[in-house]
Design a protein around this ligand. Structure first.
Ligand code: CO
Length: 360
């Protein structure tokens, strides 16, 4: 498509790269380091730094600075944590963030050792040959699952630098589907990081902007939106938008009235979710600019999910906020599926929101 900076190929390259990093909540360093180096090497903003919790914070000054607009995307992904090591080398685990327990069994996993290396594993449970017919009809509980990393004793596990507190996630490769659809892990919310990096490049290219833009690539969203809370406090914005990945349930067996958003229909603007009633003023500025510039968008049906915006809005004396999301099927799984055009249109929507040609 049109620009040298913003095109489907570049979005694909960044989506592949960003989603490949290991970044379970609390262990986002690889993601943050990549983002920081992209911003620094390309000189995209006036100031950028990593704060004490690991957020990548950045400031791009506007000419008039009437508004200070915070854009937030989270760097972490859901995963699990080792909670117990069995004498025979098997690992018990607890979730970090919200998994659908039904998808875990039989999956390949990656674990991060204390020295930062990645180790493979498998989530197992009692074999089907040993279970009764009635047992097989039941969902296997997390307590009955374990991770097998091929070790035969607790000592062997400890020597390989896996211990209580070690984290991991489901492993998945980035796959390309027809129609510019791509599949992978951690799309929630490396997709938002992808949007923000492209936006930074666009705004840097055409450098005249009125409003100051503040960025938070935030840590630990999945366990309580921690980085969003502290980053917004530091940056002190006058309005905020969280850029997210959201549930496209446009699949068989779902009633139309219960489908929050659709793949391929452009960025989804939240009117309300479980954490926020979006600012009508911000949504008006998004919608008027989208319509003027002919950028597709959809309204996300309430009240699904919660986002960093819920924390941004209660910063200090209060910050009017909203959410813009890229639709994604099978979110919170290693096989998230989205359409690259939806990321492209999300970047365009946020860019016109910042430039505000409709003058809202
Ligand atoms: Co998210």
């Amino acid at each position: 498509m049109k620009s040298e900076i913003l095109n489907i190929e570049s979005i694909r390259v960044f989506q592949r790269k960003l989603s490949s990093f290991f970044g379970v909540s609390g262990y986002e360093e690889d993601v943050s380091k990549f983002i920081l180096s992209e911003i620094e090497n390309k000189g995209l903003v006036d100031r950028v730094w990593i704060d004490q919790l690991g957020n990548v914070l950045a400031v791009k000054e506007g000419n008039e600075s009437k508004n200070e607009i915070l854009l937030d995307a989270h760097t972490d992904e859901i995963g699990f944590m080792v909670s117990h090591i069995e004498k025979n080398g098997f690992l018990r685990f607890v979730p970090v963030g919200g998994w659908d327990i039904r998808i875990l069994l039989g999956q390949s996993v990656i674990l991060r050792t204390e020295s930062g290396e990645i180790m493979p594993g498998i989530i197992g449970s009692k074999p089907p040959h040993l279970t009764s017919v009635s047992e097989r009809k039941k969902i296997v509980e997390l307590n009955d699952m374990y991770i097998d990393i091929g070790m035969s004793s607790k000592d062997e596990v400890l020597n390989s630098k896996i211990n209580i507190g070690s984290v991991g996630t489901l492993s998945a490769t980035f796959e390309e589907f027809p129609n510019n659809m791509v599949c992978g892990k951690a799309f929630d919310d490396r997709t938002g990081c992808n949007v923000l990096l492209h936006l930074m490049m666009l705004l840097n290219e055409n450098s005249e902007i009125k409003d100051t833009v503040l960025y938070n690539f935030a840590v630990q969203e999945e366990i309580g939106r921690i980085g969003a809370t502290t980053g917004a406090f530091k940056l002190n914005p006058t309005m905020g938008i969280a850029i997210e990945n959201t549930t496209a349930a446009d699949v068989p067996g779902i009633k139309e009235s219960e489908i929050p958003v659709y793949i391929g229909k452009g960025p989804a603007i939240t009117v309300a979710d479980k954490s926020i009633i979006s600012s009508p003023k911000i949504n008006r500025r998004l919608i008027k600019n989208a319509e003027q510039e002919k950028i597709p968008y959809q309204l996300k049906k309430p009240m699904y999910g919660l986002t960093d915006a819920g924390k941004i809005q209660v910063t200090r004396e209060g910050v009017p906020s909203s959410v813009v999301s890229v639709p994604c099927r099978y979110i919170h799984s290693p096989t998230s599926l989205l359409k690259l055009e939806d990321i492209y249109d999300t970047v365009r929507l946020i860019e016109v929101f910042i430039r505000n040609p409709a003058n809202i």
